[in-house]
Write a protein that binds this ligand. Structure first.
Ligand SMILES: C[S@@+](CC[C@H](N)C(=O)[O-])C[C@H]1O[C@@H](n2cnc3c(N)ncnc32)[C@H](O)[C@@H]1O
Length: 171
């Protein structure tokens, strides 16, 4: 995956609040906090990721995204390789629309996930069109399906097939 989250802060330079869904080790929340944002970071893991443990402006929320939705509004929301773990119908009809509602005016949503061409055994794969339709209330800033030669931690060299979408809520 080619991370591009620094560019989100160029798209929304006055952003103050940030939500990371499926935050993993917490490196993106750490980056956002270092830029002065207040961050909520969600993951299914019960333990707060080490890098986030002493950061007062980051709140870690241990939750299963299959039954968790934002209760606050945010300026930037990212879901990097986490909606692949959700049932497709729930993701497209409930979860992604809920993220759109949880954006402040001018807010930015970024999604990375796998497309159907991906051969890894991930639970759910999406086409660009499915995601674009699900976030129909937002203005698309970037939409791209792409592949690249990378290194899978178990399989070794692998061709990844992914999608990347950035979208913005009207002011
Ligand atoms: C592939 S990692 C991506 C981590 C990070 N977003 C990144 O891009 O490096 C997927 C993350 O989603 C989390 N996850 C998987 N299923 C989840 C669920 N149902 N609810 C919340 N988090 C989940 C995993 O624990 C893991 O940290």
């Amino acid at each position: 995956m080619k991370y591009s989250y620094p560019s989100l802060f160029e798209i929304h330079p006055t952003a103050k609040t940030f939500l990371d869904l499926g935050c993993g080790q917490g490196f993106i929340p750490l980056y956002a906090a270092a830029r002065g944002l207040r961050v909520d970071a969600v993951d299914i893991e019960t333990e707060t990721p080490g890098p986030l443990q002493s950061i007062p402006t980051v709140s870690y929320i241990s939750a299963d995204l299959k039954n968790w939705k934002p209760v606050k509004k945010y300026d930037i929301i990212v879901a990097h390789h986490s909606i692949q773990f959700l049932p497709k119908e729930y993701a497209l009809q409930e979860f992604l629309p809920a993220l759109c509602k949880a954006l402040n005016p001018g807010g930015v949503l970024e999604v990375f996930s796998f497309t159907p061409e991906e051969t890894l055994n991930v639970p759910t794969k999406y086409t660009l069109e499915e995601i674009v339709q699900a976030i129909g209330d937002l203005e698309i800033v970037k939409q791209k399906a792409f592949s690249y030669e990378g290194m899978h931690r178990k399989l070794g060299p692998h061709t990844f097939f992914e999608l990347h979408i950035i979208a913005k809520k009207k002011i």
